[in-house]
Design a protein around this ligand. Structure first.
Ligand code: NAD
Length: 479
């Protein structure tokens, strides 16, 4: 049994609480490690050392900070295979996904911000009366980064890289459900020469660990990714403290499929957007809106393609559908499938727990599930399930498609399938989502804003948006 420890001031240390939680391998349902359940005192020490490190780190030139981030990215690249195995073991995701998406994207996040920060220079604005405005942007100090379990290292690095690049010191709290790659990341930072105290990783559950970070007086900003209910609690806590807050939260993402789409490309992509990572990506499609004149064809082709998905032990190269990341999440998903049935939904495929033989016989697997026959306003079509469950919903025309797409309280992402560019533009402009993909899914240029509207988010990550979030602007006007 391995003991995960906190990473504070460049060293691995036991939590002062001396309390630990079990870490499970979802594919087997077995405990394989223990993670600290850190308390207020652990967070306080981390903040103190981060504050002590801030002076030097914030005065280090942008060029030198970028060089260190690049070194971290290179060390991570060297350890890619090993990190992919850890990520697959911790989350239940197929090793192929960890190898091709999670770890490469974590490497890219670090490399991207190391480069991109160089263009984030002082801005000057000369007005008509010959006054010169110089806008300077300085780091905030110590900031908190809280990340979820579905894309552990991918989202961890997506937050810490921009925060560090602009000169902040960071206290990061990974999900207690999937802490292992963040644990190993400390070694990589030491190897890459990141100064002590600049990044500190404190493990533990939302309460008390996350809460201690969120409410710490000297933590100047919180960047959070997770569920909307958690985001709401955090927003309530920090609002009276005047901290900067960025929230990336849940979704109920529609795919809107018009009959004039590129059918084969759409079909292949919608299977992926529905069931990648067992539907546990915040950007996964959960409501499939199909124009009624192609619903029959789509239904049978989609079921056929879903039947071909290779479910199995995540560690096998051939597996493309693995386990659900936690037992709690597995139960929540099964409750939603039961709810869908009670609301009158017809289960076209799946709907059951999957029993695998051998090593995975006690693992947490659910079949890819397709449900039809539910109105857009029922709970199944309104609430985030965050698992391998999609619903099919017919629509007649553009107006109705937009109305259904916008009928939830969420607004994270949407995909639109049509070969008519004007229609694509009209629908994109009308759908209330922070991220819209036309005839594609999960294509990302990291310079672009990323985030949700309505109950899906507050603020944006990516490019300039996140660099601005992690800095304080000052305008100096000279006339
Ligand atoms: P969660 O809200 O339970 O936990 C997220 C993180 O917050 C974890 O590290 C957790 O320990 C911490 N936390 C929990 N309670 C806290 C509190 N009171 N104070 C401080 N920290 C606290 O979410 P999850 O179950 O880990 O992740 C799944 C959710 O994340 C889904 O809703 C999914 O849509 C969302 N998500 C959103 C995005 C996005 O970019 N919008 C990306 C990935 C996941």
């Amino acid at each position: 049994m391995e003991n995960i420890t906190n990473f504070i001031n460049g060293e691995y240390v036991e939590p002062l609480t001396d309390k630990y939680l079990d870490v499970f391998e979802p594919a087997t349902g077995k405990v394989y490690a223990q993670v600290p359940s850190s308390g207020l005192a652990d967070v306080e020490i981390a903040v103190d050392v981060a504050q002590a490190a801030f002076g030097n780190w914030s005065r280090t030139s942008m060029e030198d900070r970028a060089t260190i981030l690049n070194h971290i990215s290179e060390r991570l690249h060297e350890r890619s295979d090993e990190m992919a195995v850890y990520e697959s073991r911790d989350t239940g995701k197929p090793i192929s996904l960890a190898r091709t998406v999670d770890i490469p994207r974590a490497i890219t996040n670090l490399r991207f911000f190391a480069e991109y920060v160089r263009s984030f220079e002082v801005e000057t604005i000369l007005d008509g009366n010959n006054s010169l405005n110089r806008v300077s942007r300085s780091p905030l100090g110590v900031v908190g980064c809280i990340s979820p379990w579905n894309l552990p290292l991918y989202l961890f690095t997506w937050k810490i890289a921009p925060a560090l690049a602009v000169g902040n010191c960071v206290i990061a709290k990974p999900s207690e459900i999937t802490p292992y790659t963040a644990f190993k990341f400390g070694e990589i930072c030491v190897d890459a020469g990141l100064p002590e105290g600049v990044l500190n990783i404190v493990h533990g559950p939302g309460v008390p660990t996350g809460d201690a970070l969120v409410t710490h007086h000297d933590v100047k900003a919180i960047s959070f990714t997770g569920g909307t209910d958690t985001g709401k609690i955090i927003a309530g806590k920090v609002s009276s403290m005047f901290k900067k807050l960025s929230l990336e939260m849940g979704g109920k993402n529609p795919a809107i499929i018009f009959s004039d789409c590129n059918y084969e490309k759409m079909l292949e992509t919608v299977v992926r957007s529905s069931f990648s990572n067992q539907g546990q990506i915040c950007l996964c499609t959960s409501r499939i809106l199909v124009q009624d004149n192609i619903m029959g064809r789509f239904r049978s082709d989609f079921i056929r393609k879903v039947d071909d998905i290779q479910a199995g032990d995540p560690i096998q190269d051939s597996t493309d559908f693995g386990a659900i990341s936690s037992e709690v999440q597995r139960e929540k998903i099964m409750d939603y499938i039961a709810l869908a049935k009670s609301e009158g939904g017809k289960v076209l495929r799946g709907g059951l727990l999957m029993n695998l033989a051998g090593r995975c016989e006690n693992g947490w697997f659910i079949e890819p599930t397709i449900i039809e026959g539910l109105g857009p306003l029922c709970r199944t079509n309104q609430e985030e399930i965050f698992g391998p469950v999609v619903t099919l919903i017919p629509f007649k025309n553009e107006t109705e498609a937009i109305e259904i797409a916008n009928s939830t309280e969420y607004g994270l992402s949407a995909t639109i399938w049509t070969e008519d560019p004007e229609k694509a533009n009209r629908v994109s402009d009308s759908v209330e989502s922070g991220v819209i993909w036309v005839n594609c899914w999960m294509v990302r240029d990291l310079r672009t804003p990323f985030g949700g509207m309505k109950r899906s988010g507050l603020g944006r990550e990516g490019g300039d948006d996140i660099l601005r979030f992690f800095t304080e602007s000052k305008n100096i006007c000279t006339a």
